[in-house]
Design a protein. Structure first.
Length: 128
């Protein structure tokens, strides 16, 4: 039996040494519907990936529960408001079926008003 997620779930797999850290906070937005197996792989994998980089982070799993066509953009809008409410300094939008494999992918705070697309071009795990 696959549990049904509420509209938005917040996972905070922060180790004890990071809970008191006052540095930047990354919110990872994961638009989601009916991909439970992928979600069970993504959260621990990406959590460990970010812990190795010493990135304070929260996961916001944005679950679409209606039967309409999947609306990723709408879920991201909800995630943006939640990230703001949770005082995240910056965010990453992450597909549930993409696992970061390249240890050089940098999820650190990019700076004020700077946008980075870390899955583009040569950084993407699949060669183009």
């Amino acid at each position: 039996m696959i549990p049904i997620l509420p509209q938005c779930c917040i996972f905070s797999p922060l180790p004890a040494w990071r809970r008191s850290d006052r540095g930047h906070l990354l919110c990872v937005l994961v638009p989601y519907r009916d991909r439970w197996e992928e979600l069970l792989q993504l959260i621990p994998h990406l959590g460990e990936f970010l812990n190795v980089q010493k990135i304070r982070h929260l996961f916001l799993v944005l679950n679409q529960t209606d039967g309409y066509r999947f609306n990723r953009a709408s879920l991201i809008n909800v995630g943006w408001f939640e990230a703001d409410r949770l005082a995240c300094d910056y965010m990453a939008i992450h597909d549930v079926d993409i696992l970061p494999l390249n240890a050089q992918l940098d999820y650190s705070y990019p700076g004020q008003s700077i946008v980075r697309h870390i899955a583009a071009g040569t950084y993407h795990p699949i060669k183009r």
